[in-house]
Design a protein around this ligand. Structure first.
Ligand SMILES: [Zn+2]
Length: 110
């Protein structure tokens, strides 16, 4: 994991929740996911996204919660395989508001 940039100051602080989650997923799966590789893990991620979309369509609350957790876990694992610090990149991009207009809420024309 790279060091998070300190230049971003916004409403969001450093989100150690996201960092702790990514670290937890690495502890559980990174060895296995690294062996499977980017392509294999990407297929699993896409499959989980498909399941999330199905749950959204069906409006099954319990299943929906599970699928959000799975998609987040697989996205996190892919980020780790690529050496991306999720907490750092989301803070960098969205920590000061909309990346385009810099406002919160976004003031970009719809
Ligand atoms: Zn905007």
């Amino acid at each position: 994991m790279g060091e998070m940039s300190e230049k971003t100051e916004g409403v969001m602080g450093p989100d150690y929740g996201i960092r702790a989650f990514q670290s937890q997923i690495e502890s559980i799966y990174l060895g296995r996911d690294s062996k499977r590789g980017k392509e294999g893990s990407t297929l699993w991620f896409i499959e989980e996204v498909g399941e999330l979309i199905r749950a959204l369509r069906r409006g099954e609350r319990e299943n929906l919660e599970e699928e959000f957790a799975d998609v987040f876990a697989w996205m996190s694992s892919l980020a780790s395989i690529e050496g991306i610090d999720l907490a750092g990149v989301v803070l960098e991009k969205y920590g000061k508001g909309c990346p385009r207009c810099k406002e919160t809420p976004c003031g970009c024309p719809e």
